[in-house]
Design a protein around this ligand. Structure first.
Ligand SMILES: *Cc1c(COP(=O)(O)O)cnc(C)c1O
Length: 383
């Protein structure tokens, strides 16, 4: 047994990210481009390393939500097209533009703000006009207002109309007809934009929309969750030929005998129903293992699942190894990932927490080192 190098670590297989991107890129309609969404530190996977893998896998754009994220990426990728998708204050706008990022415009006043920076810089700044087809966040909702905003951006020499875009609210709900309504609204205007502004890049799809409907591909798709091998529909990623890239590991720091009735953790929220052995893992909610997993999770050790028992502490959790165990301190404990023939998917953890896989990986805290590896070419997600 090799000893753990970290109390807890997120092992990220950049090869999986690369293959997920290649798999997505090959299915895009009419040569649409793949934009890899690496906001929130690549959904907790490490933005720069995942961006590099995505570009190798066939992505040609990168997207983020925040200005600082754009600046971080630009430092590593001097030439790649970047889109900062989120709302930006005036000072954040300057940071995003300094990073050479394209930015969004959702209201005339915001386009003016960008134009003012364009005047200072003496160049046409690249703007993507956003249409709110039903997400109810950024973007003009009225089609005429959108068309006016498009013309405003296209005719202002301080600006360059680089794109026209929207975002779906229910692409991940396969029985949703609202998705089709949004797509229809967008397609109607997209056809006008295609004629009036042929150079503008038209894009709409997130991962779910990309996998669900080629009619949503347009000129580019913006895929986040799927490039990390997470299923946008919260099922098994392997069923969609996506490989989970992240494993969350800790190790068994100690194994101790419990008599019947002995308790583990704060508040005595678990008491041994019979004599048993308990393993102590140095990982807790300070690392992003949520406290709601108290008595409500399983962990893989030596290829078998053991229940997490007792309250999740900030720095530790305990697992019930059963009355007899060969497991010794030092054994790897996998909270998310594969061992032997079993896998604990992010989707499983998300279900236990009544949330989605996105929140699980984004929630792994900065205390957990991200260790980037490139593991083989397996298509099963098992190294
Ligand atoms: C986060 C985000 C995406 C990527 O969504 P996934 O579901 O992770 O593929 C695409 N577009 C916008 C506007 C986003 O905010």
């Amino acid at each position: 047994m090799t000893r753990a190098q970290w109390r807890a670590a997120a092992i990220v297989d950049v090869g999986a990210v690369e293959r997920n991107c290649a798999r997505l890129a090959e299915e895009l309609r009419d040569g649409a481009s793949l934009c890899a969404v690496v906001k929130a530190d690549g959904y907790g996977h490490g933005a720069v390393e995942c961006a590099r893998a995505a570009l190798t896998g066939g992505a040609s754009w990168l997207a983020v939500a925040a200005a600082d994220e754009a600046a971080e990426l630009r430092a590593s990728f001097p030439d790649v097209r970047l889109l900062t998708m989120g709302a930006l204050t005036e000072s954040e706008l300057a940071v995003a533009l300094d990073a050479g990022s394209d930015v969004a415009a959702w209201r005339p006043a915001h386009a003016d703000l960008v134009a003012a920076q364009g005047a200072e810089r003496g160049v046409g700044l690249r703007v993507h006009v956003k249409y709110d087809t039903g997400m109810g966040r950024l973007g003009e909702r009225d089609p005429d207002a959108v068309l006016r905003l498009l013309d405003k951006v296209a005719t202002d020499e301080r600006l360059e109309l680089a794109g026209f875009w929207t975002h779906f609210a229910t692409a991940d709900e396969l029985d949703s007809t609202f998705f089709d309504r949004q797509l229809e609204r967008f397609t109607t205007l997209a056809e006008r934009v295609r004629t009036d502004h042929p150079d503008a890049l038209i894009h709409a799809a997130n991962s779910a929309a990309t996998l669900r409907d080629p009619a949503a591909h347009f000129d580019m798709v913006r895929c986040g969750v799927a490039i990390y091998g997470l299923d946008p529909f919260q099922g098994d990623p392997l069923d969609r030929r996506l490989e989970p890239a992240l494993e969350l590991r800790s190790y068994v720091a100690d194994v101790k005998r419990f008599g019947q009735g002995d308790s583990a953790g704060y508040g005595q929220r678990w008491q041994a129903p019979a004599d048993t052995c308990v393993g102590v893992l140095p990982i807790g909610y300070g690392d992003g293992v949520r406290r709601e997993l108290t008595n409500n999770a399983e962990v893989l050790v030596e290829g078998y699942r053991y229940p997490l028992v007792g309250t999740v502490s900030m720095d530790n959790v305990t697992i019930d190894l059963g009355p007899q165990t060969d497991i010794a301190p030092g054994a790897t404990a996998t909270l998310i990932g594969a061992q032997a023939d079993d896998r604990i998917l992010c989707e499983e953890v998300a279900r236990r927490l009544d949330t989605i896989n996105y929140e699980v990986t984004c929630g792994i805290s900065s205390r957990v080192p991200r260790v980037h590896v490139k593991a083989g070419t397996s298509s099963t997600g098992r190294p």
